[in-house]
Ligand binder design. Structure first.
Ligand SMILES: Cc1cc2nc3c(=O)[nH]c(=O)nc-3n(C[C@H](O)[C@H](O)[C@H](O)COP(=O)(O)OP(=O)(O)OC[C@H]3O[C@@H](n4cnc5c(N)ncnc54)[C@H](O)[C@@H]3O)c2cc1C
Length: 154
């Protein structure tokens, strides 16, 4: 799967279990109703947070946000609100989930279904609200490395 180029998102949950996690196992599922999926490892803190919170946010990262992708994938980061120290975000109107400033777009979702598969759970979310952000190129992940679409600089 490292040969499959993807975008990169940060999944977030607000409230008492405030948390964020970098993910690329993310996809559109349905247009009516608008639905997306993300696949989260059972071992991730995000697994419990998303299950308990029942609502989550998605920030679609741009090429200038690689540092955020690395930060929210770093197992050494602190838990809770402190992991957002120094990072600009706002709470989503529909979910309260942190939405990262400077992202390409945001989605706010309600957890509507979950399917166990191996060591991950596929979480299905109905999209409650969306927002469009900056027009920079998207952040890509390919062959274990972050990158930018060919021919596009940021
Ligand atoms: C480009 C990219 C794409 C990725 N895509 C995906 C994906 O689609 N799905 C996926 O599942 N993963 C994905 N990952 C991996 C994921 O981002 C990391 O594994 C991430 O660290 C997991 O986030 P987490 O905070 O939920 O869990 P963790 O990193 O396990 O935990 C976060 C922090 O909490 C601490 N902690 C954990 N449990 C406790 C506890 N009980 N008490 C106190 N502290 C604790 C940990 O030590 C750590 O400091 C991706 C990574 C990258 C780089």
């Amino acid at each position: 799967m490292s040969r499959f180029a993807t975008g990169v998102v940060v999944l977030t949950v607000g409230g008492e279990q405030m948390h964020a996690m970098t993910a690329n196992a993310f996809s559109s599922v349905s247009l009516a109703p608008p639905t997306v999926l993300c696949s989260v490892a059972h071992s991730a803190v995000m697994h419990g947070a998303i299950t308990a919170g029942e609502r989550f946010g998605v920030s679609i990262l741009g090429a200038g946000q690689e540092h955020l992708a690395r930060h929210f994938a770093d197992k050494k980061r602190t838990l809770g609100a402190a992991q957002f120290d120094g990072i600009d975000w706002r709470p989503g109107e529909r979910t309260g989930a942190p939405l990262l400033s400077g992202s390409l777009a945001w989605l706010e979702c309600e957890l509507t279904d979950a399917h166990e598969s191996g060591d991950h759970t596929i979480f299905i979310g109905t999209v409650l609200g969306t927002g469009r952000g900056t027009d920079q190129p998207g952040l890509l992940f390919f062959d274990g490395k972050f990158g930018v679409p060919a021919g596009q600089n940021h």
